[in-house]
Design a protein around this ligand. Structure first.
Ligand code: ADP
Ligand code: MG
Length: 850
């Protein structure tokens, strides 16, 4: 019995929400029916109408609009929903509970599919169906939630930062002003409590009422000057029935202030024993919370330091050849195809290709790899990297937003805005937390007032204020985003880019990592090691024929054979009827002869009996070489072996993964025996060999079906489907080509150790988040009852509202400080292990490679 039949939604078209979705991939009327059927089956959908001409689906819901399941259904039916996204800078958010409310308002905008708000970056990332939403619609929704929204321009645009600076300066000014005004109030009241003679002296020289009036004036200025922000956003929030952190401060400080004001100006209303003032509490609370926010703003700027550091890498000017002359122009004035000069020791100004000269270039700021890379004519260079001692000129290829650096920054910013599953929980709790605290505060007041010791009113008041102040869920809101920000930033420094922020959490849980062999574990540049011509064929003649065919192939094996033929000084011939069968081999006609080259299974498929040469090819596999067979005009003509040596970092990386208790697996189209030999050298646990290119994704699927969290590491060249299928797709050594859509994590470096580094980093970040959440929640859970006075009956302990304010500020600072520790994250050390075993072979292979 399906769920829908039980709780079929009653169709109430006029009452429900409506969603317009632009659809891609509709070509025929039958598509309409298919989409309508798929969408109608989604629970909660009341009706759907698809228009082929406008390519839109008009969906009506029984209740609230739920875009995600509808989009999933459309996708499952084989179509796509065109989406756009917009980033907003949101001003005035200060607590975790703000997030849920703002997201709710944004999601309620018709057409919005998803909205994610990040407290640390003060940004909202909103996805909506294309063309349905304007910035103004979103800004209005943000206003409704009680904040202001600004558009966000280019990544790290100066405008946004400038704005930030203004905010920060005002905050500092307000904090100083509040402190100066609160100080006399605090000294008079506290000094009076601590030193009775001081109290006596003040009473005699000034008198009670003038003193109180003076305190009233100072405190009023603190509350309604620097502290006004708490009231202007807290009170409306409270009235809307959606109280947040500002509301708690406003209520807490406001209650203390109002009570004291009444005592000052209408003392007759109160019995003698309760006629006390708490101006100092109100003033100090506001001051301390402002101080906390100032420190928080400081720390927040540090959390984004890694990205800003990337931005600063680019020089301001570049030397361009124009009309035969070299002129220095601002970087923004460089256009595509400009020829730029780079001198020794300079930073490469833009992305480009070397057209003259050569040098070694330090790319460590992008890849985390320390060794400078040799670059000559034709080599790509990346803006922001550091030139060594050579000089060269380059042709500008990618500028502005297309540049590698901009792409990296955008990617990191996207990831930093991501919401981990762990945070969704925190947000939910925080959203319920404030109303709950208000309830507890009210209850505290009533209990103290009716059951507490005399004088009941002051006790009830101070306990209630303490509860309101200490319960601010500020630290909760910061716990996750700050760690993500610092962690992803540190990752970027190490050449580890998280395209999906959520990959941070998934990567941590990885149990199995499957590696693609060619180009990922191995160098990806195989070399021909053996060429044995069979009876009746001449070596050079067959090699020339094979190389002619392979010259047309994209496969690295093809390149190996061509290189070998060129080195032997052989001439390549004209080729016709070329065809390649992925994962098997290639065929073509050369000089009237039919040539077939490929793996053993290719030959078997073509009907050759390769049993006769099995004895000759067996040793190849054992030596980690890939055996190939050549047939000329239907007769086996040669057996060939190519060898693709392991990267030096393969074995240490596998050892490091094993130390993290992660199982390793190799997937390859190569021969079983060859694959096993290579896996043994690297220390890999399991091998899945002779997999056709299209089968890699299937292998990943099977692994996932068996349980566990599966990562796939590939070079992204032909393993995009496998990268996409894995729980976490890791693109290794993509170098400058970082826009690999299907990968969740992009490793700039070719060094496999960075796979292990990515995993230890993700573990460190999640651990850090958990510490933060533990501290933020634990602190509230422990201190709210203390503030309410549960320790009072037994121990006489009460938390003064001022201490509560201090503790609250401290908890946010602790969380930020803890997150900042991630800046010091260091990659795991290389371990000596199976590498030693593999040395003889690796040495032999790399000797050949050079
Ligand atoms: P992998 O990515 O693991 O190297 P492929 O699927 O690309 O696997 O290739 C599998 C096998 O198919 C190769 O090991 C080789 O035996 C054969 N093959 C593929 N392309 C060619 C080619 N151009 N020439 C000869 N053999 C080839
Ligand atoms: Mg590959």
């Amino acid at each position: 019995m399906s769920l829908e039949t039980v709780s079929a939604p009653v169709a109430l078209p006029e009452a429900g929400a409506r969603l317009q979705l632009p659809i891609d991939g509709m070509h025929c009327a039958s598509c309409v029916g298919r989409i309508e059927k798929a969408v109608a089956a989604v629970p909660g959908v009341a009706s759907v109408a698809v228009n082929l001409a406008t390519e839109r689906a008009d969906v009506r819901f029984a209740g609230a609009a739920e875009a995600e399941p509808v989009i999933a259904a459309i996708r499952a039916a084989g179509f796509d929903v065109r989406q756009e996204s917009l980033d907003l800078h949101i001003e005035g958010m200060h607590c975790a509970s703000c997030i849920a409310r703002t997201e709710k308002e944004l999601r309620a905008v018709p057409g919005v599919i998803e909205a994610n708000v990040n407290l640390a970056t003060e940004r909202a990332h909103v996805t909506f169906s294309a063309g349905s939403v304007q910035f103004g619609d979103l800004a209005r929704a943000v206003e409704k939630a009680g904040y202001h929204a600004h558009p966000v321009g280019e990544p790290g645009a100066p405008a946004a930062h400038h704005h930030h600076d203004e905010d920060a300066k005002k905050l500092v000014r307000d904090t100083v002003l509040a402190a100066l005004l609160a100080a006399p109030v605090f000294i008079v009241e506290m000094g009076g409590h601590l030193v009775p003679s001081f109290h006596m002296w003040i009473m005699q020289t000034i008198g009670t009422t003038p003193l109180r009036v003076a305190e009233f004036l100072l405190t009023a200025v603190v509350l309604f000057g620097p502290g006004r922000r708490f009231f202007t956003s807290g009170i409306p929030a409270l009235l809307r029935g959606a109280p947040e952190m500002n509301a708690l401060v406003a209520l807490g400080a406001g209650a203390a202030f109002a009570y004291s004001t009444l005592v000052t100006f209408a003392p007759g209303l109160f019995p003698e024993s309760t006629a006390q003032v708490y101006f100092e509490a109100a003033a100090v609370i506001v001051t301390l919370i402002l101080l906390g926010r100032t420190l928080e703003a400081r720390a927040k700027t540090h959390t984004g330091a890694a990205i800003r550091h990337l931005l600063n890498l680019k020089p301001k000017t570049a030397r361009v050849v124009r009309n035969g002359e070299t002129v220095e122009i601002p970087l923004e004035a460089v256009v595509k195809d400009d020829i730029l000069m780079v001198r020794p020791g300079e930073t490469v100004p833009v992305d480009g290709e070397i057209v003259e000269g050569s040098s070694f270039i330090d790319e460590s700021m992008l890849t985390g790899e320390a060794d400078p890379k040799a670059k000559t004519v034709g080599a790509p260079v990346v803006g922001g990297t550091l030139n060594g001692s050579g000089s060269f000129s380059l042709r500008a290829t990618k500028l502005g937003a297309d540049s590698v650096l901009s792409q990296i920054i955008r990617m990191v910013e996207d990831a930093q805005g991501a919401k981990l599953p762990i945070q969704a929980l925190a947000d939910k709790v925080a959203g319920r937390f404030v109303p709950a605290v208000m309830g507890i505060a009210a209850l505290t007041f009533l209990l103290w007032y009716f059951l507490g010791p005399a004088p009941a009113l002051p006790y009830a008041l101070t306990s209630m204020v303490a509860v309101l102040i200490i319960a601010c869920p500020c630290a909760m809101g910061l716990a996750t985003p700050t760690s993500i920000m610092v962690g992803t930033g540190r990752g970027a420094e190490l050449g580890i880019l998280f395209r999906q922020g959520t990959a941070l959490q998934t990567l941590r849980d990885v149990t199995v990592i499957a590696f693609d062999k060619t180009g990922t574990l191995t160098k990806g540049h195989p070399e021909l090691t053996d060429f044995i011509s069979l009876e009746g064929f001449s070596r050079d003649e067959v090699l020339a024929l094979v190389a002619s065919v392979e010259a047309r192939s994209e496969h690295p094996i093809g390149k190996a054979i061509v290189t070998a033929a060129e080195q032997a000084g052989l001439k390549l011939a004209e080729v016709s009827d070329f065809s390649a069968e992925a994962g098997f081999g290639v065929t073509a006609r050369v000089a009237g002869k039919k040539i077939e080259v490929g793996a053993d299974r290719f030959m078997t498929k073509l009907g050759y009996d390769i049993g006769s040469v099995a004895a000759q090819t067996a040793p190849f596999g054992l030596a980690a070489k890939t055996p190939l067979y050549v047939a000329v005009d239907g007769r086996l003509a040669a057996i060939v072996a190519v060898s693709d040596p392991l990267k030096a970092s393969a074995a240490p990386a596998i050892a490091a993964l094993r130390a993290e208790h992660i199982e390793t697996l190799m997937i390859t189209g190569d021969n079983q025996r060859t694959a096993e030999a290579i896996a043994a050298q690297a220390g890999i646990d399991r091998v899945v060999a002779e997999v056709l290119p299209a089968g890699k994704a299937k292998v990943i699927e099977d692994l996932r079906a068996k349980g566990g969290t599966i990562a796939f590491a590939g070079d992204g060249i032909n393993d995009a489907p496998a990268l996409a299928k894995a729980d976490v797709g890791i693109a290794v050594g993509s170098g400058t080509d970082i826009a690999i859509e299907t990968a969740d994590v992009v490793l700039m470096s070719n060094d496999l150790m960075s796979v292990a580094t990515a995993i230890t980093l993700s573990r460190a970040v999640i651990r850090n988040i958990k510490q933060n959440l533990f501290w933020a929640f634990g602190y509230n859970v422990v201190l709210v009852p203390v503030a309410a006075g549960v320790l009072y009956p037994a121990y006489g302990v009460l938390l003064s509202p001022m201490l509560a304010a201090g503790a609250m500020a401290f908890s946010s600072i602790f969380v930020l400080g803890n997150a900042l520790r991630l800046r010091g994250f260091t990659p795991p050390r290389r371990q000596e292990g199976p590498q030693a075993r593999a040395l003889p072979l690796t040495a032999q292979q790399s000797a050949r490679a050079t």
